[in-house]
Ligand binder design. Structure first.
Ligand code: NAG
Ligand code: NAG
Ligand code: NAG
Ligand code: NAG
Length: 341
């Protein structure tokens, strides 16, 4: 998720632009090209992404409570509506919890503070194995104001894990019973002291592999991992794997895709996709201000070898200030593709 004040430094942009990477911090460039895939209407802040085994992208927006789907294998894809959730102003995380069954978080969001109204966060599952999506409410969360990154526990199929950017915690939600609570909290997951509203984000992205939770902390500029047990409790020391200030002085990590080992592609503000190497934390920075607009999340394509060499990056969008009462439009909200060799 993208903190609004990190929409800071914005370059004029051409829609649908295709670009070859300009920035390289390691000898071998893993990137063939970067292109726009789809742009949503203005003021549709795009937040998160998951990919189905049939290559379709699932896309959430914090501005509308609608789960969108898009077929990225088409030359000119359009987004269509899969489901619109009740009692919500927008969606946050989306993550696969069983084959073709996805968890989604809805809430009533204040986009300026990037927090949800207390008691409005709801966790749902949407089953796409059926001809018509089957939607189920799992839990209404009484006392969190933000569930950000989302992932199913790596080896306990009953548990969903959710990143709380405010409390610096990982929550567990039992997908069978709806029971929920904080699984672990750590100073490494907390917001950085002194960050103002809109940028007061600790843990942001959350993914799992092996017996670890991987996380980004936007405020602390870190990417790291924490060993966990079957209930999601912390089972060892936090390891910081990379620091976004190394990728660039003003680079801020958002959500990410794991790529094996300790590797990741991290969607980063204001215009970067950052590759962290599987070992050692070396970073390769793709900086494309004409195609990447406050990237909020990343996911690897699925369903064919070409898709598996594609990193889909959601564009939160960029502010264009206007004379209207609202004062600005959020434009260039959408999805871009980073094509790998
Ligand atoms: C939505 O809100 C209405 C009115 O408050 C309530 O009756 C309904 O149960 C809510 N739906 C869900 C899914 O929480
Ligand atoms: C959630 O609410 C319960 C009951 O009021 C309280 O004991 C607990 O500390 C709260 N947890 C958080 C994270 O606010
Ligand atoms: C990242 O680097 C900055 C600047 O060197 C430093 O202040 C910060 O403590 C580092 N954070 C981590 C988590 O290593
Ligand atoms: C989107 O916002 C920009 C900037 O304010 C504006 O120029 C453009 O007309 C808007 N597009 C639509 C379709 O409203």
């Amino acid at each position: 998720m993208k903190p609004s004040l990190w929409i800071g430094t914005l370059a004029a942009a051409a829609l649908g632009a295709q670009a070859t990477p300009t920035a390289s911090s390691t000898p071998s460039n893993p990137v063939r090209s970067v292109r726009n895939v789809f742009t949503f209407p203005n003021n549709t802040f795009i937040e998160n992404i998951a990919v189905r085994s049939n290559s379709r992208l699932l896309i959430t927006s914090m501005s509308v409570p609608t789960l969108f789907t898009l077929n990225p294998t088409l030359a000119n894809p359009t987004a269509s509506i899969l489901h619109t959730f009740p009692n919500a102003s927008g969606l946050a995380g989306v993550a696969e919890v069983r084959p073709d069954v996805f968890a989604v978080v809805s809430g009533i969001w204040d986009l300026y503070t990037t927090r949800a109204q207390l008691g409005s966060l709801q966790v749902w599952t949407i089953d796409l194995t059926k001809p018509t999506p089957a939607v189920k409410l799992i839990a209404t969360i009484a006392n969190s104001t933000i569930f950000n990154g989302l992932a199913r526990h790596p080896f306990n199929p009953d548990l969903l894990l959710a990143a709380d950017s405010e409390l610096g915690a990982v929550w567990r939600v039992n997908l069978k019973t709806g029971a929920y609570g904080i699984a672990l909290s750590s100073p490494f997951l907390a917001p950085a002291p002194g960050n103002p509203l809109g940028t007061n984000m600790g843990i942001n992205g959350l993914k799992v592999a092996g017996a670890h939770v991987f996380f980004t902390n936007s405020g602390q500029r870190s990417f790291g991992k924490i060993p966990i047990d079957a209930q999601g409790n912390q089972a060892g020391a936090v390891v910081v794997l990379a620091n976004s200030t190394v990728a660039g002085a003003s680079v801020v990590y958002d959500d990410f895709a794991l790529t094996g080992g300790d590797g990741a592609w991290i969607a980063s503000h204001p215009s970067q996709a950052v590759r962290v190497a599987p070992s050692g934390g070396a970073q390769f920075v793709v900086d494309e201000p004409s195609v990447l607009f406050n990237p909020t999340a990343a996911a690897l394509g699925r369903g064919s070898p070409a898709q598996e060499k594609t990193v889909y990056v959601t564009n939160g969008g960029r502010f264009v200030f206007t004379d209207t009462e609202v004062g600005f439009d959020l434009v260039d909200n959408g999805v871009a593709a980073v094509l790998l060799w």
